[in-house]
Design a binder for this molecule. Sequence first.
Ligand code: COA
Length: 385
Amino acid sequence: MREVAVIGIGQTKVDEHWDLSLRELAGMAVLDALADAHLDGAQALYVGNMLGGSANSQQHLGTYIADWVGLRGAEALHIESACSSGAAAFRSALMAVSSGAVDVAVAVGVEKMTDSPGNEITGELATAADADYEAGMGLSFVALNALLMRRYMHEYGWKHEHFAPFSINAHANAVHNPCARFHEPITEKSYLRAPMVAEPINLMDASPIGDGAAAAVLVPLERLNRNNGRPVIRVAGSAAATDTIAIHSRRDGLWLRAAELSARQAYAQAGVGPQDVDVFELHDAFTIMAALSLEASGFAERGQGPRLALDGEITPEGKVPIATRGGLKARGHPVGATGMYQIVELVQQLRCEAGGTQVPGARVGMAQNIGGSGSNILTTILVRE
Ligand code: COA
């Protein structure tokens, strides 16, 4: 297998893009990434997307987007893995380049959710759960996460207010990210006063619906032009793991086994451990998911994720900076695009291009993208050489 580098990134702002189609959003990110890589084409395109068929009446996204960006003739595939579709597209591009099958691959994640009424999108998102035993019984993703959060609070004695720092950190960081959905900082008071969605999850515990696209260009490390003065960003670890699709089938519903498995493999590949990670872009679709992800990935003891946040360790100045560009909570969560936003944001951090939320001296970055309620999880580690 060949070592692989990320040499170009592109992204759109996460927003309500009613004037842009799925292909226009994806195209903007892909063409920006190619321009950033100083390339005008690629041999392969991998598109991460979850809801194109149901929300946008458009499938066949590999061809649809390759055609739009002028990659006719190239290999082009659509990869679907619910909310982890973005990281799955990145991993597909990585496999293609590291195996030697392809020399230049582009991975793009794209999603366009805001054209549909909220109740329809909620139903479409729930197709990532178990249709017979979860969604079919009326459970939405907010409701599933509310059950987990309620149980977690019961088991470990945390109160709702103890989750506030996750949301406050995400919104504070998003202020400095022009591509983020929200640019207003929040306070503990506004967190506590936010409208309830599915108790105990309120508006400030949940990521928003949004539209956006993010992309990256991957090439073999051996073919890199090392004389252009740019930092070299190498893919040091990439692993994927699954768990049961329904939460009730798990022996321990409060442990993200797929996060543990994929993180452990990615650490081993990269030759690092949690103590070496300078930035962790985790999947804070809900504040409870941020806590569970920190624990399963080895950053906090079981049941102690909120402690890290309460101690101020998750900010850009802390021991485990998370959601440094706003995270899913405040940059936004256009589901199939999210995993690619995380990669783009890690590259920004490792290139020292993260502006007001730059983590000083960041060299090792980790991203974790979760599909379903922890049922399909990909962990990626990037390192600045
Ligand atoms: N955080 C902060 N503000 C939010 C927000 C969020 N999560 N969601 C919406 N808002 C804001 C909007 O910007 C809008 O503000 P404005 O009035 O100043 O323009 C206002 O709240 C109302 O927005 P609206 O779109 O009508 O909200 P909603 O009540 O329809 O939806 C949720 C709110 C939380 C139900 C929706 O965002 C949601 O379903 N989130 C979860 C998505 C999900 O499950 N993703 C998959 C996870 S794996």
